[in-house]
Design a protein around this ligand. Structure first.
Ligand SMILES: Cc1cc2nc3c(=O)[nH]c(=O)nc-3n(C[C@H](O)[C@H](O)[C@H](O)COP(=O)(O)OP(=O)(O)OC[C@H]3O[C@@H](n4cnc5c(N)ncnc54)[C@H](O)[C@@H]3O)c2cc1C
Length: 292
């Protein structure tokens, strides 16, 4: 039996990945799947696992650099309605892993769910946010989780309860291959006051990051109580450019890619920043950007 026999309707070969990422850089996925149900996805993962072929999960592509040579094996994209649900019930929200985080935030704010305003302006999906516990200095998305459903690397469907999960700064114990959905519980506040708080946070965030149409990446973790952007500035690197990729003037932890930027430009700039920050400040920067 061929690797994708029976899955032809949902799997494409040699799909360019650049349009799915915020940096809009990178080669093709050998196989690219948009499954329509959880069962179909689990069966596909099992097929690739049995053939010992790699499987990767693509969210909103906002924390991802794809190399020019592309990715072997399967890339899964959760765009079908089965993975993009958003259901509010009392003070709880069930969100699919493929649901846009911006949609999740605006619906939750509309219901007066307090705390979620800290996630405003963060691009990507709910699944991607849970994978890296996305947030700001006050809170991460893991703060409000109750339960999650996931698919393991073997293709088993599992449920994780709140007591089994831990979330830290830009990391989570939810490391399964696919976060299918998650349930969150919130305290309720006045929706108007919450909207005003969210608007203030959004104004500050928008002013400090590249515009939504810019090809950008947020590259390193903050370290020792100092923002990564500040550390890069202290190392004298603000505005530095390699090839067609530049360190942003607004916040040095953002790299901005020009029209003909390559993955090598980004990787070389990452190496330069790590080396210079280590040499000048004695600090080993840790990367948050995922590289495929
Ligand atoms: C302009 C800009 C501003 C940003 N601001 C912030 C910020 O304030 N705070 C912050 O924390 N981050 C920020 N980021 C980084 C990024 O937005 C977050 O890391 C985001 O949560 C990534 O989600 P994604 O869906 O785009 O994931 P992707 O980039 O697609 O993937 C990132 C990783 O998550 C995994 N993943 C994605 N979806 C799933 C899933 N359903 N199941 C399992 N694994 C999955 C992928 O396999 C990959 O390993 C910013 C990025 C940009 C470009």
């Amino acid at each position: 039996m061929g690797l994708i026999d029976g899955f032809e309707a949902i799997v494409r070969e040699n799909e360019p990945l650049a349009p799915y990422t915020r940096l809009r850089i990178g080669g093709v996925a050998e196989y690219f799947a948009e499954p329509t149900s959880v069962e179909e996805l689990a069966a596909l993962v099992q097929r690739f696992q049995q053939a010992d072929r790699p499987v990767r999960l693509l969210g909103g592509g906002s924390n991802l650099l794809v190399r020019e040579e592309g990715t072997p094996g399967l890339v899964v994209y959760l765009a079908a309605p089965a993975f993009c649900r958003l259901e509010v019930n009392g003070n709880s929200v069930l969100a699919g892993g493929g649901t846009r985080l911006s949609h999740f935030v605006s619906v939750a704010i509309g219901h007066g769910f307090t705390g979620v305003e800290n996630l405003v302006g963060i691009p990507g999906t709910v699944g991607g946010a849970l994978h890296g516990n996305a947030g700001n200095q006050h809170a991460g998305i893991g703060n409000w989780i109750e339960k999650a459903t996931a698919i393991t690397r073997k293709g088993d469907i599992v449920t994780r309860e709140k007591s089994e999960m831990t979330f830290g700064y830009r990391e989570s114990s939810l490391t399964e291959l696919v976060i299918i959905d998650a349930t969150f519980a919130f305290e309720i506040d006045d929706a108007d006051q919450l909207t005003r708080r969210m608007q203030k946070l959004w104004i500050v965030k928008r002013a400090g990051q590249p515009a939504t149409d810019e090809r950008a990446a947020y590259v390193f973790k903050d370290q020792g109580g100092e923002s990564a952007g500040r550390l890069i500035e202290l190392a004298g690197l603000r505005g530095t450019r390699i090839g067609n990729v530049e360190i942003a003037a607004k916040d040095a932890n953002f790299f901005v890619a020009g029209p003909s930027a390559t993955s090598d430009d980004v990787l070389r700039l990452i190496d330069l920043v790590k080396t210079r920050v280590s040499d000048r400040l004695g600090i080993a920067l840790e990367q948050t950007l995922v590289v495929w």
